[in-house]
Design a protein around this ligand. Structure first.
Ligand code: ADP
Ligand code: MG
Length: 510
């Protein structure tokens, strides 16, 4: 049948006449590329929409399919992309969860530009956008407090947003806090976890600061902290001291150094001096509070000062107590600088006088020493209105055939609430020591107490507790009714004495 000879009748349409059908052509003509191009050109020159509404191909896409080379390239690209995907899968499998990964990047085929829209990269980009390192410029929630609309509202309290922000904030922790590789992950830390981490971080910082401070500010064994060292250097620089030679003693409360004296404008400085550095570690002084907080001279200031300043108060107290030793042999006070007390040296050529405990004394010298100590105790109590409160063979030096009392920082007045108890303890130490060293003339502790204090507490049962009970009820004791009357009487008479030498047996020496 000859199809070309058939003429089809055009059906009648209710919408009007239909455009005539395109003229039919042979298969050879259809397959001809030339014809196709020609038809395309015709189409392009009249880019009106066809009446069937089919989409037009763009000029580019049309061009792509026209060139064999282009088609081949596109196929190759597709092939390479698949190759790369396979490579990526293998890379992932090879690396697994290992922290150290090997990249197969160099084996990739596709040009990165072409690959940039691959789905994997999209994920990477997503990660980068939420990269905690970028969170230094934190995503700010708008003022209204939320983003999005309707059901998709995200507030600043959103769990994921908060979690990521918290992870990013870990970067602000102190450098010594190890946060692991959490920062590099898309980790979401809940507020609770983050807060406890932060708290831990702060307390660790404070702890290490405290440790550091302790190291910096404490006078460690046989050494001084930097501040004290600076004060000591300053004294040398100012010429008050020529040289600081070395440590004589490290006690619980102080470190004592030997130094060569220099010069001061107002007063001469002895050739040899000691620096008594009160330890700035507070532990030891805590046990000794009562020596200072119940001392009316320092009471008020004690309650107002911080612990560090109280250490200075101890140095100051020793200075004031020594200043009352107007008729006593040295040590004399040369200078007080914060918690450092400069005193005259007892000894010779850098060799300190031995403590009575260590001094090798013959019996005559020992007896002599005893009487000297007795006399000094009396003088101290009656003339200086002081109780040593730490008197023993450790705080008495023996030098040039004489005894020298030292270490009076804790000394109190007899009116101190525990003044007589301290005196009794001093008497016990002295009596016991000299009795042990064979001084037969040494008084018993009770007799010594009465001799030093001038009180007449009956020495009956010779029982310590009984004796002390008697002392407490004795009206003539300092602080008792009679004592108060004397004080009152003196003050009524307008007797002004800055050193408050009210004691009945005492002639004010000030
Ligand atoms: P602490 O309160 O630590 O006991 P001290 O005042 O008793 O301090 O001094 C400790 C030691 O230092 C004494 O035992 C003594 O050997 C020595 N020392 C103190 N002051 C002097 C001084 N002025 N001259 C010589 N040595 C001293
Ligand atoms: Mg001492």
């Amino acid at each position: 049948m000859d199809q070309t000879g058939i003429t089809t009748e055009t059906p009648k349409s209710p919408w009007g006449s239909v455009a005539p059908a395109a003229p039919s052509c042979s298969l050879a003509e259809v397959m001809s590329e030339q014809l196709a191009r020609q038809l395309d050109e015709e189409n392009n020159s009249f880019p009106a929409l066809s009446e069937t509404g089919s989409e037009l191909l763009t000029a580019d896409e049309a061009a792509d399919t026209t060139s064999d080379l282009m088609l081949a390239q596109m196929l190759q690209m597709q092939f390479d992309r698949e190759f790369d995907d396979q490579l990526r899968r293998e890379e992932k499998k090879f690396n697994g969860d290992s922290k150290v990964s090997i990249s197969f990047e160099n084996y990739r085929k596709v040009h990165p530009y072409e690959d940039s829209d691959s789905s994997e990269d999209e994920v990477d980009w997503q990660d980068t956008r939420d990269d905690p390192y970028r969170a230094e410029k934190p995503q700010t929630t708008p003022r209204k407090g939320f983003t999005g609309k309707g059901k998709n509202i995200t507030t600043k309290h959103d769990e994921v947003t908060c979690g990521r922000k918290n992870t990013a904030r870990m970067d602000n922790f102190a450098p010594e806090v190890h946060v692991g590789d959490g920062l590099g992950m898309d980790l979401k830390l809940s507020n609770q976890v983050f807060n406890s981490l932060k708290q831990h971080c702060y307390s660790e910082q404070r702890r290490s600061a405290r440790l550091h401070e302790k190291k910096e500010h404490s006078t460690a064994e046989q050494a001084v902290d930097p501040r004290t060292r600076l004060l000591m250097y300053k004294m040398v620089n100012a010429g008050v001291l020529e040289n600081i030679n070395g440590c004589i003693s490290t006690g619980k409360e102080s470190v004592v150094f030997h130094a060569d004296g220099g010069s001061l404008e107002e007063q001469p400085v002895p050739d040899e001096v000691v620096l008594k550095v009160f330890k700035t570690t507070l532990n030891e002084f805590k046990n000794r509070d009562r020596y200072i907080k119940d001392d009316y001279r320092f009471k008020d200031r004690f309650s107002k000062l911080n612990p560090r300043k109280i250490i200075r108060l101890w140095a100051e107290k020793e200075m004031h107590n020594l200043a009352r030793w107007w008729s006593f042999p040295p040590p004399d006070v040369v200078l007080l600088k914060k918690h450092i007390l400069v005193l005259s040296f007892i000894g010779k050529d850098q060799v300190p006088a031995p403590k009575l405990k260590d001094a090798m004394l013959g019996s005559e010298d020992m007896k002599d020493a005893y009487y000297q100590v007795l006399q000094m105790m009396q003088k101290l109590y009656q003339e200086c209105n002081l109780v040593h409160a730490d008197l023993s063979e450790y705080n008495i030096l023996w030098h040039e055939g004489k005894v020298w009392l030292i270490d009076v920082s804790q000394s109190v007045e007899p009116t101190h609430p525990h003044g007589l108890e301290f005196l009794f303890r001093d008497c016990r130490n002295v009596a016991t020591f000299f009795q042990k060293r064979g001084v037969s003339e040494a008084l018993s502790v009770y007799e010594l107490f009465n001799t030093v204090s001038g009180l007449n507490v009956p020495v009956g049962a010779e029982d310590e507790a009984e004796f002390m009970a008697e002392v407490r009820t004795d009206k003539t004791r300092p602080g008792g009714a009679k004592w108060s009357f004397i004080k009152l009487n003196l003050s009524l008479k307008g007797d002004e004495c800055s050193s408050r030498c009210y004691y009945k047996n005492l002639k004010c020496a000030h």
